[in-house]
Design a protein around this ligand. Structure first.
Ligand code: SF4
Ligand code: SF4
Length: 153
């Protein structure tokens, strides 16, 4: 049962979870559960993997169609899209980040869950700039694939 209305923090039970196979391929996960008129994620996807019934509906990702390119991550005004890819005993989490200083590739950073709780350390694998948003890929222990959603430099 979601406690989002009280806490403003999503839990895993609010999401449509990808399978292990889909996580190994890499998928975008839209953690967007408020019905607001917004759809840049839909337009950004080169393979039309994100759909919405109407402009106020919630986005739905076709996890099989998603090629984990990450384009949708930087266009979401709610910073609510993450790409997760499991690789061996690690999970690569691609997330939007708008604080300064920006992390550098190879840097060790604290990794946080949705509530801002520190889960441990992660290593920055990639940093891309998209306007004022940095698109960060951080490597964490595989067991945190569905938990880590932020970093602290
Ligand atoms: S990661 Fe790329 S392919 Fe997947 S939903 Fe986002 S834009 Fe589409
Ligand atoms: S762009 Fe972000 S906030 Fe807007 S519908 Fe897509 S996931 Fe939700």
């Amino acid at each position: 049962m979601s406690d989002f209305e009280n806490t403003g923090i999503l839990s895993i039970s609010d999401l449509v979870l990808p399978t292990n196979e889909q996580l190994e391929k890499g998928v975008a996960i839209t953690e967007c559960i408020q019905r607001i008129p917004c759809n840049p994620c839909v337009d950004s996807c080169p393979v039309h993997a994100i759909s919405m019934k109407d402009i106020n509906a919630l986005p739905v990702v076709d996890y099989d169609a998603c090629i984990a390119c990450g384009r949708c991550v930087g266009v979401c005004p709610g910073l609510a899209i993450f790409v997760v890819k499991v690789q061996g005993d690690q999970a690569l989490i691609t997330l939007p980040y708008e604080f300064l200083p920006r992390p550098q590739k190879g840097e060790s950073v604290s990794v946080l869950d949705r509530a801002g709780k520190t889960m441990g350390k992660g290593k920055i694998i990639r940093v891309k700039q998209q306007g004022r948003t940095s698109i960060i890929t951080v490597s964490v222990e595989k067991k945190y694939a569905m938990d880590v959603r932020n970093i602290r430099v």
